[in-house]
Design a protein. Structure first.
Length: 708
């Protein structure tokens, strides 16, 4: 047991007076500390956020300027290469065209044309005359710059290198030249001086210790702010540890611009931001040492810490003074209360203060006479009121629960009814369409297969007849005049040359028809009951083939260009026919939006900014694939975007849409495949649809999809 002295000491320590005295001071100090710490922390977050946004803006603006500059250079080359039959122009005409090209921009160091024989037919340099037989040009004609561009018919960008004469970074660009038959007939190439990179980066303000540099697609350092031709050299950074961070920044699926804190190019901890120059796969990196990022926060923390210390001293002094005026009357009141609790009800509190303590003392003095009766009455009232309130609360809770259950059941019933109605309507329509398409495809396929199979024999027979005719000419060089006259009149030699071409074109045509029939048969399988492994790209290509007539240019309707950026995707487990329906609905909507936009634009506007649909696929997180379908149409507002997946919602005129397309797409992707379907759009900036599909469907997902 505790001794009386220890008990009295403990009571004094935990008395209300001491709790009030030290509690007020502790609360004041704690409030100031929490407020100061919160302000410092919020300031730190604000400073880091501002630095992050500034870094992102710097890398984005630099990458945008570089991309714009390179786009202008390549656009000029594409414009000149777009002249049909360019390789057949006279040397004087070619020289004039190339001279105009090199004079249009100082970045062109050498431009030239290589014909289909791999020979440089004309070249031009703004610095000195250059012969087509120059060793540099001969080397270019034998390099992949020519062979790959000529073979694949696509633009080619060579790796960046340092010119040994000027010590400046340069690269080569090549674009295909097509003849009047739209066949690749040559290559237009140019050597580009990349000195503009230093000019672009010199205009970027990266504070005192920050810096900007550019990496090519092989992580070679090709430009750096502040470097000079005498000191700069290309350096491969692929083995540097921070390159992994740069790769994460530039390859983000959610957003091209990101930031990280890591050890940067100079070995210091930096706040980095990277932006990918898409066309050339270069990366613009902006790095700012964290010491400079955190410097304002440190200064503010020091100032705020000193201020908090001074305020704390003042608050503690005032707290003790205030607590004394409150504690003394409380100690008197405590002493009297102790005596009353011992049974002495005649004692009174002697407090004359004209405040709450005085009122409390007067009230306390009346307690001895009224306490017992008042306590009994109060206890009875509390018991009565508590019982009534408890019964009322229970009744109210039961009513609320019943209403919520009824409302929930009603909403579920309405939703299920609408979903069932939509599914039945669309399923019946697509089933009928699939049967019709499959039947037509089957009927077309039989005669086409018959024609295609006979072409092989016709080709053999024609070759035999041609060989027989040639043998006849060999052993009877001087036939009868009547035969000779018929040979000349019928132009047998032309028939011999043209017949294989006709048979080849017929074979190509039948192959084309067979591919279309196969595409229609594959696309009509909308009611498959089981999932199977398929290639996403084949479904997209089938859809594009069916929509080819809408994509082609027609009188009064310009064509729509389709850009494909397919990644290396594995086969995925899905209902291929239903995914084809998703691609068909989304791409058809994109075509409608672009055609509606082109109706309001002039031919010049359409030429400067042609309508495009970009389809990109890639693997994300190893277990998912994503398909992005993007158009450069007019975009949609946030109000419309929030409703596009609702059944029966449409923005098309009456008779041109049911409002079920995107709703069905959402059900196929989300409900039947356990994926995600999102729409990103702003007015005037086009529309993007992101489709995320798991590579493997779990057993639960597959079972749920079959039930639906």
């Amino acid at each position: 047991m505790d001794s009386p002295n220890r008990k009295d000491f403990r009571e004094r320590i935990f008395s209300i007076a001491n709790q009030l005295r030290y509690g007020l001071v502790s609360i004041a100090i704690a409030s100031l500390a929490i407020t100061g710490g919160a302000l410092i922390y919020l300031s730190f977050l604000s400073e880091v956020e501002q630095s992050r946004l500034l870094q992102q803006e710097r890398s984005h603006s630099t990458a945008s300027e570089i991309g714009t500059y390179l786009n202008d250079l390549q656009r000029q080359l594409n414009y000149l290469a777009g002249l049909r039959g360019l390789t057949e122009f006279s040397d004087q005409t070619l020289a004039s065209l190339l001279e105009g090209l090199v004079n249009s921009n100082s970045a062109y160091e050498i431009v030239g044309i290589i014909n289909n024989q791999g020979k440089v037919v004309q070249a031009m340099s703004p610095y000195k005359p250059i012969s087509p037989s120059d060793p540099v040009l001969v080397k270019v004609a034998k390099s992949p710059l020519f062979s790959q561009t000529f073979k694949e018919g696509e633009n080619y960008l060579d790796r960046v290198e340092i010119d040994p004469k000027t010590n400046l970074p340069v690269t080569w660009i090549a674009v295909p030249i097509r003849n009047w038959k739209n066949h690749v007939d040559g290559v237009l190439f140019a050597r580009i001086n990349l000195n503009f990179l230093s000019l672009v980066m010199s205009q970027i303000n990266v504070d005192k210790s920050g810096y900007v540099y550019v990496l090519d697609d092989r992580f070679n350092l090709i430009a750096k702010k502040g470097s000079t031709p005498n000191t700069f050299k290309i350096e491969n950074l692929s083995q540097r540890p921070f390159i992994q961070n740069i790769s994460k920044l530039s390859s983000s699926a959610a957003d091209i611009e990101q930031f990280l804190i890591y050890r940067g190019l100079k070995g210091k901890e930096v706040l980095g931001s990277a932006t990918l120059v898409r066309r050339v796969q270069w990366t613009v990196v902006v790095e700012l040492p964290t010491a400079e990022v955190y410097a304002p926060v440190r200064r503010m923390a020091i100032v705020m810490g000193g201020s908090l210390f001074l305020v704390t001293v003042v608050v503690v002094s005032l707290g003790f003074a205030f607590s004394r005026s409150v504690v003394l009357p409380l100690e008197r009141l405590t002493d009297v209360a102790s005596k009353i609790s011992a049974g002495n009800l005649d004692i009174r509190v002697d407090i004359t203060a004209r405040n709450e303590l005085g009122v409390l003392a007067n009230t306390f003095n009346k307690m001895a006479d009224q306490l017992a009766d008042f306590y009994r009455d109060l206890e009875q009232k509390v018991a009565d009121r508590t019982g009534e309130l408890s019964e009322a609360n229970q009744a109210l809770e039961r009513e609320i629960i019943e209403r919520k259950l009824a409302e929930k059941e009603l909403h579920e019933a309405l939703y299920n009814l609408k979903q069932t109605q939509t599914q039945l309507l669309q399923t019946e329509k697509m089933s009928s369409l699939g049967q019709l398409v499959a039947g037509v495809a089957h009927e077309i396929n039989n005669p086409v297969n018959f024609i295609h199979g006979n072409l092989f024999h016709i080709n053999e027979y024609s070759e035999t007849l041609i060989e027989l005719f040639q043998l006849y000419q060999k052993f009877y060089p001087h036939p009868d005049p009547e035969i000779q006259e018929y040979v000349e009149t019928a132009d047998i030699q032309y028939i011999i040359e043209d017949l294989p071409k006709l048979l080849s074109s017929m074979r190509v045509g039948t192959d084309r028809i067979r591919n279309i029939v196969l595409t229609l048969r594959n696309f009509s399988r909308l009611d498959e009951a089981e999932m199977k492994q398929v290639k996403i790209e084949e479904g997209i290509e089938s859809t594009l083939l069916i929509l080819q007539s809408r994509l082609k240019s027609k009188p009064g309707s310009p064509g729509i260009e389709v850009m494909k950026e397919y990644g290396d995707l594995p086969d995925i487990e899905c209902y291929s026919g239903q995914l084809n329906q998703v691609f068909m609905n989304i791409i058809s909507n994109a075509i409608d939006a672009l055609q509606e936009k082109d109706k309001k634009r002039s031919p010049e506007e359409i030429k400067n900014s042609p309508s495009q649909i970009t389809i990109r696929t890639e693997v994300i997180d190893r277990d998912w694939v994503t398909i992005c379908i993007k158009d450069n149409g007019s975009g949609i507002t946030d109000d419309v975007k929030s409703k596009i997946f609702d059944p029966f919602f449409t923005t098309k005129p009456v008779g041109q849409g049911t409002g079920l397309g995107l709703s069905i797409c959402y059900q196929i992707v989300v409900d039947k495949h356990g994926g995600n379907l999102n729409c990103l759009s702003q007015p005037g900036e086009g529309t993007e649809f992101w489709i995320d599909i798991p590579i493997k469907q779990s057993a639960n997902q597959a079972s749920a999809a079959r039930q639906q």
